[in-house]
Design a protein around this ligand. Structure first.
Ligand code: ADQ
Length: 467
């Protein structure tokens, strides 16, 4: 097999057992661990001024070479904080109202894509295969072609692809999507994302459909496939057992005193629907007095992108909502909501999932949502918790039969579903869990990687068959 070169905005070497908040890092690291190869991208370092150093720092650990570059302050502001996270992220999550467009930021985004290609080029061998990740790098393949790179290049979008009229709110949408068409294969989390992409390029760019899984534009054929990212359920189960008797989990269980536990874990992001989730939890307490004093909701949310205004705003909203819920409902013996802005060791999180009766995962929009999958895998098979899942998470396509699906915009509906989850009888919980675990085992992380890479190499897009 050819050597694999992974390109992502941020290269985040993961030390086993250390905290990491970010689904892409978890998925890419696990994929590379199996095949070996190069992981190229930004180190996370920022240097003052407008000119970044050209040096690529290389560090080989086991079978992975981490090749990283620093960004200049200007590049960071324009490419990362500006166009990627201030414009593309909100629009791709169906929030054009939160997006902010600035031409200079877009120019910076394109410039950094070209600059990254120049840094990567000397590291490449002719038969390497390139796997590029996520919305920061939509025009990366076009820049590669312009730099004379002929290797096969695939792209995977971790976040949703918006419907065509929403995509059209990005001012340079046409140029951006034309550039995206330089990839040989583009992969999406769900079939609705794939269809939205195909719709856009056919309607707006005049591409032709070639069967179900290809489009052709200017004589170039692009594969468009569905590759839902997965997890390794066995690994998660093992992690969940590691801390089972640790002091932190034992103290938590003792502190709960037989109360039921609901858990949510997210990066602090407005797309995760945390305000709506808090509101629905309060509705549960209002509507069902039997749960007062009997259920504790733990929300773990480490801050992310805190230098983007929309993220500072959501943080303030959450602090105020948490304060008001606890002020209204707490008593000397019970705090209904524990809101924690910290990152935790993965195994501790998985043990927390295992100790809880409800996994409360309700994003307003999410490409996939690995927390939903991890929650299921961490459950004891003979007494599993219930997953309450937003219908707008990519994971709902696979877990929709076993989870209790909710619309996160419907607070009353969510409160009723939480009540149902908290009171569900054991046989139903076991049956639902079995169904979900079977799907996770079938569509695990290696299947995601193997299907994508084999399609990229063989130039055929295999249909996604949901088990
Ligand atoms: P994210 O938006 O980061 O990922 P998600 O898929 O839920 O969201 O992954 C988060 C990961 O980070 C999980 O593995 C979780 O366990 C971990 N994590 C979260 N909070 C943590 C904390 N406090 N401490 C430690 N670990 C924490 C993006 C897309 C998703 C898509 C993934 C993968 O937005 O839709 O599922 O990429 O493709």
């Amino acid at each position: 097999m050819s050597r694999l070169v992974v390109v992502s905005n941020r290269v985040a070497p993961i030390a086993e057992g250390k905290p990491t908040a970010g689904g892409l890092a978890v998925g890419v690291f696990d994929a590379l661990k199996q095949t070996g190869g190069i992981w190229f991208g930004w180190s996370g370092d920022i240097v003052d001024g407008s000119t970044p150093p050209d040096t690529v720092h290389k560090d080989t650990r086991d079978n992975i070479t981490y090749a990283t570059v620093a960004l200049s302050r200007t590049d960071y502001d324009q490419y990362y904080r500006g166009f990627s996270n201030g414009m593309l992220w909100p629009v791709f999550h169906y929030r054009p109202d939160l997006a902010r467009y600035d031409r200079r930021e877009y120019a910076g985004y394109c410039r950094v894509n070209r600059w990254l290609v120049e840094r990567l080029k000397p590291l490449l061998q002719p038969d390497d295969i390139l796997w590029v990740h996520d919305y920061h790098l939509l025009p990366f393949a076009r820049a590669c072609r312009q730099a004379g790179i002929r290797n096969r290049i695939g792209f995977f979008l971790h976040i949703p692809f918006p419907a065509e009229p929403v995509m059209a709110t990005v001012p340079p949408h046409r140029e951006l999507m034309e550039a995206m068409c330089a990839y040989d294969l583009v992969g999406f989390q769900t079939d609705s994302d794939r269809r939205a992409f195909v719709d856009y390029v056919c309607r707006r760019l005049g591409a032709g459909r070639r069967g179900d899984r290809y489009v052709e534009i200017g004589g170039h054929r692009i594969g468009a496939g569905v590759y839902p990212i997965g997890i390794y359920p066995d690994e998660i189960r093992e992690l969940s057992l590691k801390h089972n008797r640790s002091r932190q989990i034992t103290n938590l269980k003792q502190g709960l005193q037989q109360r039921r536990l609901m858990v949510s874990v997210d990066r602090l992001d407005y797309s995760k629907g945390m305000v709506e989730r808090f509101t629905a939890f309060e509705r549960l307490l209002e509507m069902t007095p039997a749960h007062r004093g009997q259920v504790t909701f733990v929300q773990i949310a480490p801050p992310s992108r805190s230098d983007v205004e929309q993220y500072r705003r959501i943080r303030r909203q959450l602090e105020s909502a948490a304060g008001s819920i606890n002020g209204r409902w707490s008593d000397l013996a019970w705090t209904p909501l524990r809101y924690i802005n910290k990152s935790y060791d993965r195994s501790l999180l998985m043990s927390l999932f295992r100790a809880s009766q409800v996994g409360y995962v309700t994003p307003l929009r999410d490409g996939m949502n690995l927390v939903a999958k991890e929650y299921v895998a961490a459950q004891p098979e003979d007494d599993p918790g219930v997953l309450v899942l937003s219908e707008f998470a990519g994971a709902a396509e696979e877990l929709g039969e076993g989870a209790l699906l909710v619309n996160p915009y419907d607070a009353d509906g969510m409160a009723e579903t939480l009540d149902r989850a908290l009171t569900m009888a054991l046989p139903e919980r076991v049956a639902r869990h079995r169904n979900m675990l079977a799907r996770l085992t079938e569509n695990n992380l290696s299947r995601w990687r193997d299907r994508f890479l084999s399609d990229l190499q063989s130039e055929t897009v295999t249909p996604e068959v949901v088990a």
